[in-house]
Design a protein around this ligand. Structure first.
Ligand code: C2E
Ligand code: MG
Ligand code: MG
Ligand code: MG
Length: 280
């Protein structure tokens, strides 16, 4: 699709195309080298249950530790990895690392891994996931896969089939960035998601008397009637937390509770939380 478009415009914008292609090749090479050299890291951000105030799981978020440029955000390199196809290898690495890290954490803690449309489209995806579980010894019901609507936009039938297959093994499926796409509601009808992650754009003004609060309230009600857990992403202030609570949302994730942290820090955080719970 994108390739055909690129080819069609190549004759019109040849010099720029060449330059872009060159830059892309350089980034592609850098990403592949970084993967081989072990320069990627997985950080984890806690997901918190608003009823118990306890960590129920973590989301795995990949970072690139660049020798000169420091820690690079996935927002910068994931789109490139998707375009070049390297996301398949990178995603597999993240999945395996996340399962290996999570198996050392308490039984009640699950790990959520982001899955790009390019990965899911790959025929071997389900096998890759099941192998990661088998290799690490992580139970299927401790793994969540986060997908966005773009995952379901094309080749819907094949993608839905893969998701159904994975879900039957006990893996849970979350719809990420809910509310930012065009057909969220259609997908809710077509696929039984376990969790709806309400995009952080809705939480930004949640404390104020704006539409955002009303939308969160409506989504929580919708989730409730469909038996889908609702989580609000990007909670940064006490005011937002109070608003999210008031709307009846079940889980939250955000800088207010914790930023994404390296695995070792999560291990310590979970141990401290456990001691606190024992002492209480
Ligand atoms: P996402 O899956 O929606 O992940 C949540 C993002 O929101 C993370 O950004 C997280 O650090 C950020 N965040 C969490 N709480 C707050 C908050 O209170 N305030 C603000 N401003 N941001 C908050 P991050 O780590 O930069 O990741 C960006 C995106 O990159 C992710 O969005 C996801 O779409 C993608 N991504 C990250 N890791 C992977 C991966 O392993 N595979 C794939 N395919 N995509 C990934
Ligand atoms: Mg996510
Ligand atoms: Mg998200
Ligand atoms: Mg997001």
């Amino acid at each position: 699709h994108a390739k055909a478009k690129g080819r069609g415009t190549a004759c019109l914008f040849e010099p720029a195309m060449d330059e872009t292609a060159e830059i892309r090749r350089a980034i592609e090479r850098d990403l592949a080298d970084a993967l081989r050299q072990g320069l990627f890291e997985v950080h984890y951000q806690p997901l918190v249950n608003l009823g118990s105030n306890r960590i129920t799981g973590v989301e795995a978020l990949v970072r690139w530790r660049h020798p000169e440029r420091g820690l690079i955000s996935p927002a910068t390199f994931i789109p490139v990895a998707e375009e070049t196809g390297l996301i398949v290898a990178l995603g597999e690495w993240v999945l395996n690392q996340a399962c290996r890290d999570a198996v050392a954490w308490p039984e009640g803690i699950s790990v959520a891994v982001n899955v790009s449309a390019v990965q899911l489209r790959n025929r071997t995806f389900a096998q890759t996931v099941l192998l990661a579980l088998a290799a690490s010894g992580l139970r299927a019901d401790r793994l969540e896969l986060e997908i966005t609507e773009s995952v379901l936009l094309d080749e819907t039938e094949a993608n839905l089939e893969t998701l159904h297959l994975l879900r039957r093994t006990g893996i849970r499926i979350s719809m990420d960035d809910f509310g930012t796409g065009y057909s969220s509601l259609t997908y809710l009808r077509r696929f039984p998601f376990d969790k709806m992650k309400i995009d952080r754009s809705f939480v930004q003004d949640a404390g104020k008397a704006t539409e955002a609060g009303a939308i969160i309230r409506a989504l929580v009600a919708l989730g409730g009637s469909l038996g889908i857990t609702t989580l609000v992403e990007g909670v940064e202030t006490e005011e937002q937390l109070a608003a999210v609570r008031a709307e009846g949302c079940q889980e939250m994730q955000g800088f207010l509770f914790s930023r994404p942290r390296p695995a070792g820090e999560i291990t310590a955080m979970l141990a401290a939380a456990r001691e606190e719970a024992v002492a209480a």
